[in-house]
Design a binder for this molecule. Sequence first.
Ligand SMILES: [Zn+2]
Ligand SMILES: [Zn+2]
Length: 264
Amino acid sequence: MTATAAVAGVFAERAARARELAGRYAYASEPLRLAGALFEAQASAFERAQADRPSPDELVPYIVRVGLPAVMEATMAEGTEVLREAALLAFHDGDLDGIVAAWLGGGDLRPTDRYLARAASAPILEALPNAASTMRHGESDDRHCPVCGGPPQLAIHTDTGESLVTGERRLQCSRCMTEWRFARLTCASCGDTGGANTPILSDPQRLPHVRVDACDRCRRYLLTIEMPKEPRAVAVVDEIVGLPLDLIAAERGYTKIAPNVMGF
Ligand SMILES: [Zn+2]
Ligand SMILES: [Zn+2]
């Protein structure tokens, strides 16, 4: 298998996992069906970006031209009525280059604009790490992506396959999907290393393999996917089923470091 085919397979794996979890977690079936359609749409944008190799200064118009139409198609097929209407309005009347440039630059966006910019950009940044690395701005500590400087979406505890060997903790970028190693007891937002300030919230009955890692110093949190408890998990997809834990974290006054593509 070529490297391109292998990565296209990664998108197919994400889409298949989203469909599987949509059948298992009724409360998240709508966002998971949309996520499945997005992953399928993103596979072709990824392949085109690898073939076209746009230069960094062409990146914004390229994302609008190549990434966005497929996202719109997936959204029209599987989005809620509210999202479909908001997306159509943004697509026809919005400043699409401006929206994408703001997302790449780490700016604040309205939820629909952020969704469109993020879903359109992600496969292209994933295909072109060199282009992603030109977007770096400001943050260059280990709490930000080593490729693009973006904040982490989630944490992963890896599975070593051996019960007595502890796996790594990794963070995954919210913009370009890069993963990097990160210390286990350190807050991924403020860097606090006092384990006593980092409560863990979970719902072991309903979601044994997902938990909240929160921080009482900065009041931020992210979801951690524990691969040893669910070896078939695909972190970026399984994070979406963590919605009940997002609600618990919000009730306790914590804010997610980066909302996921579905906005929660
Ligand atoms: Zn990144
Ligand atoms: Zn913190």
